[in-house]
Design a protein around this ligand. Structure first.
Ligand code: GLC
Length: 593
């Protein structure tokens, strides 16, 4: 056995753990979770009815995607009022009822905070666009643009939005352009204006005053733009690069195009000013004790000095790989944990494999043959790595992406834009454009939660058409009720493993040390906290693995496995793990933490 090369993170005594360090988060996409009033759209009365389910599942906190009024150009990420509840989701009373019912069950609630932009229908933007002299004109990013050789007014530069072509929208009324990194219905706020900050912090306080437990911060990298507004020295647009990416035949080619896309956005992302802004927000949130801030960002910078910016930043690099292999996970952990340690011992990782913008875990990290086993491994990975796990609704029953077959079913405008652009700009035949768009649209991972094998999967009553089609696989076992009744189901595996983690403090607060770092087929590491030392082995292979263990004569006792009878057998210093086995063993004395 090779010794562990590095040990990351000292263990943290239980009483020093913050709630968000020991919690398992579960993301709810409110439109798709449970339709309480039978209009085809999820809502708070629906969510409230499902809180017992979530408590029984064993999660500790909910991250709620935006529940604010919105014209829904970006499925709620285009907010028209930061201090209210979308009428289709319920009333403010429904919200406070939801919050208190969640809290009563020991479940925390974290909201989504969209800082970069508002809806174009937000009163701030309605005011701002109404005249050049409006006091709120400067709340958004307006520009005269340039003149071309013929004297025509053209956008200030060649920047693209990430969703719908040029980043500049011409506004007839005042004959200026406004900037949008996302859809043209999502104008960017001008965060250099202190009044914008005050108005937003006011909204932040509004929900914290009601008792919410923190925020997940949307798209923070996009908040500032490079003030010089200079052109990119690259003629290809983002749409053209993505088109090339899809047609690329080699991994190398794809990598190259990907870095061009990154270059194409580089002046619009991660610009100076962000850290000061995050520090300001942290100061506001610190007024509310234990509230948490979780960043939608790839880089570690937003941990600040470890205490002055965000509490958590998603470990997105982990899920941005075609496959989860032991080598990839090891590499990711080495990078991530070393990076965090270099910032401060107070930093805490946050791991996730799926969300409302990404393919469903079951198909993304499945191989088409062992999807069930690989889904078990994905959960085991989330629950045994060091850091806070964030799960996505429906992954516990193995929900899969649904490829829409009719453009009229699409709700995510980015997919609809993609479909039309594919046809218009690249001359792609409509049926092919539809397939491309169906793979690209985020609708595929946002379909209604599958509660039972009845009409509409029990999401909405029979006879109602849900806002997005229900995945028909609810009728073949991918639903909550059937899986609750089946001892070997994915859902029962989730329930069992979530309970196990809760009672195994080394998995929550222990240090992390990889072992057997040359092993191609399996991942092995040690999690250790003073009273407990756990060995974790995750076999990613369809073949059994003979593993030699050397813990200098300490007893090795399996305490969790997805294999029958494993937990009763003590392990000798040589063990054969079964195909796709998940094994957690206590080394040394057996005290539970
Ligand atoms: C974030 C959200 C995504 C949204 C975008 C713009 O990436 O997760 O759903 O479209 O920001 O708000």
């Amino acid at each position: 056995m090779s010794g562990g090369s590095m040990i990351f993170g000292s263990e943290i005594p239980n009483h020093h753990l913050k709630w968000w360090q020991s919690a398992v988060f579960y993301q709810i996409y409110p439109r798709s979770f449970a339709d309480g009033d039978g209009d085809g759209i999820g809502d708070f009365p629906g969510i409230i009815q499902k809180l017992d389910y979530l408590q029984d599942l064993g999660i500790d906190a909910i991250w709620l995607s935006p529940h604010f009024p919105s014209p829904q150009y970006d499925c709620g990420y285009d907010i028209s009022d930061y201090k209210a509840v979308a009428p289709e989701y319920g009333t403010m009373t429904d919200f406070t009822h939801f919050l208190s019912e969640a809290h009563r069950r020991g479940i925390r609630v974290v909201l989504d905070l969209v800082l970069n932009h508002t809806s174009h229908q937000h009163p701030w933007f309605v005011e701002s666009r109404s005249s050049r002299n409006n006091p709120q004109r400067d709340w958004y990013v307006w520009n005269d643009g340039r003149r071309d050789a013929a004297g025509n007014q053209i956008p200030p530069n060649n920047w693209d939005s990430t969703f719908d072509g040029t980043a500049w929208e011409y506004d007839e009324l005042t004959r200026q352009y406004y900037y949008h990194f996302f859809l043209k219905q999502q104008p960017d706020l001008n965060w250099r204006n202190p009044a914008v900050r005050q108005a937003m912090w006011d909204a932040v306080r509004f929900w914290l005053d009601l008792g919410v437990d923190g925020y997940r911060l949307d798209a923070i990298a996009t908040i500032f733009e490079h003030p010089s507004l200079i052109d990119y020295q690259l003629d290809l647009t983002v749409a053209q690069l993505r088109h090339q990416f899809r047609n690329a035949s080699t991994q190398d080619e794809r990598k190259q195009i990907h870095s061009l896309i990154e270059f194409r956005h580089s002046l619009q992302l991660r610009q100076p000013g962000m850290h000061e802004l995050m520090q300001e927000l942290r100061t506001v949130v610190n007024e509310y004790g234990d509230s948490v801030l979780i960043g939608e960002e790839d880089t570690l910078d937003y941990y600040g000095d470890g205490d002055n910016e965000l509490h958590l930043v998603f470990n997105f690099p982990l899920m941005r790989n075609e496959q989860l292999t032991p080598a990839w996970i090891r590499y990711n952990q080495q990078e991530r944990l070393a990076g965090l340690a270099a910032i401060s011992p107070h930093t805490w990782p946050c791991n996730t494999l799926g969300n409302h913008d990404s393919p469903r875990i079951f198909n993304q990290f499945g191989d088409g043959v062992h999807d069930f086993q690989l889904a078990q491994l994905s959960l085991a990975l989330m629950l045994t790595l060091r850091g806070t796990p964030v799960l996505y609704y429906g992954e516990e029953i193995g929900m899969t992406d649904l490829y829409l077959e009719d453009i009229d079913q699409f709700r995510d405008i980015t997919g609809i834009w993609q479909y039309h652009n594919e046809i218009q700009e690249f001359g792609t035949p409509a049926d092919q454009a539809l397939r491309i768009a169906a793979g690209y649209t985020r609708d595929k991972c946002r379909t209604p939660m599958q509660w039972q094998n009845t009409a509409n999967a029990g999401f909405s009553p029979a006879g109602i058409q849900p806002w997005l089609p229900v995945n028909p696989n609810f009728a073949s076992g991918v639903n909550v009720r059937d899986q609750l009744n089946q001892s070997g189901s994915l859902l029962n595996f989730y329930r069992g493993m979530l309970r196990f983690r809760k009672n195994t403090s080394a998995l929550i607060r222990g240090s992390y040390a990889p072992i057997h770092e040359g092993a191609k087929e399996y991942l092995a590491f040690i999690r250790e906290a003073d009273s407990q030392k756990c060995l974790v082995i995750l076999n990613y292979s369809a073949a059994p693995q003979d593993i030699l263990l050397d813990f200098t004569h300490q007893p090795i006792q399996p305490i969790f496995s997805n294999q029958a009878n494993r937990v009763t057998e003590p392990v000798q210093h040589q063990i054969q793990v079964k195909p796709y086995e998940i094994l957690v063993a206590a080394i040394g004395n057996l005290q539970a933490g």
